[in-house]
Design a protein around this ligand. Sequence first.
Ligand code: AMP
Ligand code: GLY
Length: 417
Amino acid sequence: MKVLVIGGGAREHALCRSLSLDPDVNALYCAPGNAGIAEVAELRPVDALDGEAVARLATELRADLVVVGPEAPLVAGVADAVRAAGIPVFGPSGEAAQLEGSKAFAKDVMAAAGVPTARSYVCTTPEEVDAALDAFGAPYVVKDDGLAAGKGVVVTDDRAAARAHALGCDRVVIEEFLDGPEVSLFAITDGVTVLPLQPAQDFKRALDGDEGPNTGGMGAYSPLPWADPKLVDEVMASVLQPTVDELRHRGTPFSGLLYAGLAITSRGVRVIEFNARFGDPETQVVLARLQTPLASVLLNSANGTLHALPPLSWREDAAVTVVIASHNYPETPRTGDPIEGLAEVAELDAPHAYVLHAGTRREGDAVVSAGGRVLSVTATGSDLAQARTRAYKAVERIRLDGSQYRTDIAAKAAEGR
Ligand code: AMP
Ligand code: GLY
């Protein structure tokens, strides 16, 4: 099978790594990719937001499957253009991707499907903002309605800061604060059948101890030893299947990856957000544990034949990933700094630890930083403690001027807290 992956972050590197290990895949392309992905796939330049260009590239490569990684191309309708060219594509239509593209749309779908989520108001005027802030009180949760790469959400006790963020958005969702640990649960679906993956936990804040601003995600681990073993079944029944059914009944079936960001509150599971694609960095740890070859799973989603797939199998291993971010991430990340130590990790830590590239590019013989999140250092082990030790050992070999990473990824879970 010839597979073309669209995107160029650590999630796409993790996808390409798994696809490159799949015996069914005999040609693997990534567009536009990054310096790390170039080691497992052939890179092609493309404007990932241009559906016609992506469809042309897929046709030219005679791809049997196109996998669209990031949300922006999905919301822009890139999967629709590829489907229209007659090529199977993993990823939802632009309309169905509104589940991620508009928080107000997601709330509407959840209300119709009876999916538990935070109570919320959609506001467009300062009067509505004030009324919503006062209705819920502190801590205030204020979300830009549109796509914001994980940075459109402000959670604060400071009413003035909450109000200022709200007034800076065209349309804003203000909602009830949800207390409790967060879980990311992914499901692969073809619009009818829903196949849940293993849960993971992401670390959204920039600094240790969950301090600092929200980011795209600074690290992740899986499995979750502290979670109720019935969690996946419960979320399937209360969240994933009803959401997929609701979108199908609306005439906008969702196929691809449905990402449920959940809060485990004292009153039960609540949806914080949906995403329409694999999460980053959670994908790095979930795919590290998936034993079933990936390509046929994605192709069956694209073709609407997931019901025919045998159950997924998982390794006993635990996985941890630690994101190395550039100087000043997430505010004004600096790029263009050389990265050293990659060869040492490959030589000394493989196969248990490896580096997935997020924002990198090649400059002559050097690999340099090219984004806010630069690398996602991933490791497996017999338990979280071992995976964590291996991941941090590899992280310490990497040298990138001004870079930062959290030192507490999976720490509590590894200690059984
Ligand atoms: P989102 O982009 O919706 O995932 O929000 C980013 C992060 O903000 C989440 O991972 C949570 O940590 C936090 N957050 C979002 N909504 C809420 C909420 N209703 N209550 C508490 N925290 C929230
Ligand atoms: N890790 C959060 C996300 O992918 O949106």
